[in-house]
Design a binder for this molecule. Structure first.
Ligand code: FES
Length: 597
């Protein structure tokens, strides 16, 4: 057993000897581990400050990812290092911290008729007498008709009715009685949740008015087990304990958000009766603790497609004891309930015009169609848009370079929160690649051209200096290399190949596309002209592109407030034609052609 002091947070804890990344995960410490601990990404850097312990030898992966200077200064990759001994002080450098990213403030509200699954009724019941000694349940059925009641509530029913002197508020989820309160109570809340691979967004919704009363978000803590969802599936599939760990991690994070939202809005968590959860198929399975393995291997089968509802207690969600956790249906493969939520809120399934919904993330989901036909695919864009696999790539956190312009050879950039730059996030990369191309620094394939500029360093590998050492947070220049650009162009090509194949299946070209909805926080901040220039988005006029914002949580909210929306979405998923890109015979050739700018 080793005692570990973590700096700069000052946390001290004891752990069994073992792998440092695993020890940090177990201790609930957020640290970047984009490759899931495979020794590839180099993001899980830690510094051993002092130790009365033994560490594993420096591995090959560490020699590849750390500079000589870093190794001399005590840097290690947590995933490659095992520790045994008595004590150690470990420093987590800023670049290794998993930070909470920004989300868009914008989310689409659709007008719907309130028809929630949750309903509250204040009733005065007849007290039992010798002349009328029928059971408590029957007394309630005289008002509500036959209904279901969970055993736990039935056990308390006699006492609750009598303590309330037969004047109660009964809360129903559909036809199940889930709560009884003394007297009149109108407070009625629900939770709309979007579980993204990178972040979790929650809205606390007043069921009576349909309004969001508080919203919050958190980094998805599963990131510590792998930035991309395939790494998480691999981890979860290794053992039931691993699956449980991932399930608990996400449930704990949502419970943390619930506690904060309830505090902000002064709402008791017992007054939250239903949570409507959306997420891609893997996030959905991991949240419910369902084995996700078969989603990621051919023929890519989820355990269930239709929308589900389970007891919140069974899931571990901290809302009303008899509350319910529901989910919208999935489509297929990796296209999950978040994509269904995107359909619900954009209404593409009801329109005449041909529209495309693109939700860019670690996995990008694309929907194309109208009321007559809908196609869907998921494309493994990889975490490049989240900054992974690039030397200075970071998520959209404070200090991330989020937009870039090159004017007469000078670089102008902005950073999130106007902080000193500490890396480049996805939107910054879109601009940077487009600007490098427009200004003749790189060719269509992302290779640097011979050009006179003090911004280009050719040795040891060609790099472009985006921010000079004196401008940055850590006193080193932020650069982008040909390898970084190549990584980015591959991710872009995966998305472009996705929408090109869907358009081909639909028998249309870009000129027939009447609308693009950019879903998700990422889409909110994209410079569409640059995105079109590099081929990330179809080339259609800007007025036909709609920044739709956090559509997934908006769609979850619609479903929370309307049983009709749930029914409608069950019908929609039946008619969506899912296109599994990995088995499309043209995918590879389309992908290759989609790489150049
Ligand atoms: S190198 Fe350690 S997590 Fe990627």
């Amino acid at each position: 057993m080793v005692s570990i002091r973590l700096e700069p947070i000052g946390k001290v804890f004891k752990a069994d000897d073992g792998n440092l990344l695993e020890i940090l995960r177990q201790a609930g410490v957020s640290i970047r581990s984009d490759c899931g601990g495979k020794g590839i990404c180099g993001k899980c850097k830690i510094v051993i400050v002092e130790a009365n312990a033994t560490f594993s030898e420096i591995s090959e992966a560490e020699r590849k990812n750390l500079t000589e200077e870093e190794i001399k200064s005590g840097y290690r990759l947590a995933c490659q290092t095992t520790i045994s001994g008595k004590s150690a002080t470990i420093f987590i450098p800023k670049e290794s911290k998993a930070e909470v990213r920004k989300i868009s403030d914008l989310y689409r509200e659709a007008k719907i008729e309130l028809k929630p699954a949750i309903r509250k009724f204040f009733v005065k019941l007849q007290k039992p007498t010798l002349a009328d000694n029928s059971p408590d349940y029957e007394r309630l059925t005289r008002i509500f008709g036959e209904f279901e009641i969970p055993l736990e509530l039935l056990r308390k029913l006699p006492k609750k009715l009598r303590e309330a002197d037969w004047e109660i508020t009964a809360t129903f989820w559909k036809n199940t009685l889930i709560d009884i309160e003394k007297g009149k109570s109108e407070e009625c809340y629900g939770l709309a949740v979007d579980i993204g691979s990178s972040k979790i967004v929650c809205h606390l919704v007043d069921i009576n008015s349909g309004k969001t009363v508080a919203k919050g978000y958190e980094e998805n803590p599963q990131v510590a087990y792998g930035e991309d969802i395939v790494s998480r599936v691999t981890y979860a599939s290794k053992s039931p304990e691993n699956l449980k760990k991932l399930q608990k991690a996400v449930v704990d994070a949502i419970n943390g958000i619930i506690a904060k939202l309830c505090k902000d809005a002064k709402v008791e968590k017992e007054r939250i009766y239903e949570a409507m959860v959306v997420g891609n198929a893997v996030m959905h399975h991991l949240f419910f603790g369902i084995e996700p393995k078969y989603i990621s291997v051919s023929p890519f089968t989820p355990a269930i497609r239709k929308g589900v509802s389970f007891s919140a207690k069974e899931i571990g969600l901290d809302i009303c004891k008899q509350g319910v956790v529901s989910s919208l249906p999935l489509i297929a493969g990796f296209v999950g309930a978040d994509a269904v939520a995107n359909i619900a809120i954009t209404g593409v399934h009801k329109e005449d015009k041909l529209s495309m919904v693109i939700d860019i993330g670690t996995n990008t989901e694309i929907i194309l169609g109208n009321k007559d036909r809908l196609l869907a695919c998921s494309t493994p864009s990889g975490p490049a848009f989240e900054g992974a696999h690039m030397a200075y790539g970071i998520k959209a956190v404070s200090g991330a370079i989020d937009s870039v312009r090159i004017v007469e050879g000078n670089v102008e950039y902005s950073t999130i929160d106007n902080e000193k730059p500490k890396g480049i996030c996805g939107t910054g990369m879109i601009d940077l690649v487009a600007e490098l191309y427009k200004n003749g620094f790189i060719n269509r394939y992302g290779k640097f051209k011979e050009k006179e500029s003090d911004r280009i360093i050719f040795s040891p590998t060609p790099r472009f200096v985006v921010a000079r050492a004196e401008e940055t947070e850590f006193g080193k220049p932020i650069t982008v290399s040909e390898k970084d650009i190549n990584e980015f162009l591959l991710a872009k090509a995966a998305i472009k190949a996705g929408w090109m194949l869907l358009m081909r299946k639909m028998g249309i070209d870009e000129s027939k596309l009447e609308k693009i909805y950019l879903a998700g926080s990422f889409g909110r901040y994209i410079n569409v002209e640059n995105a079109k220039l590099i081929g990330l988005l179809p080339n259609i006029p800007p007025e036909k592109i709609d920044y739709a914002g956090d559509t997934a949580v908006g769609g979850a909210k619609m479903a929370l407030l309307s049983l009709d929306v749930r029914d409608e979405m069950e019908k929609v998923v039946q008619k969506v034609e899912y296109v599994e890109l990995s088995v499309e015979k043209d995918f590879h050739s389309v992908f290759i052609r989609a790489i150049p700018i």
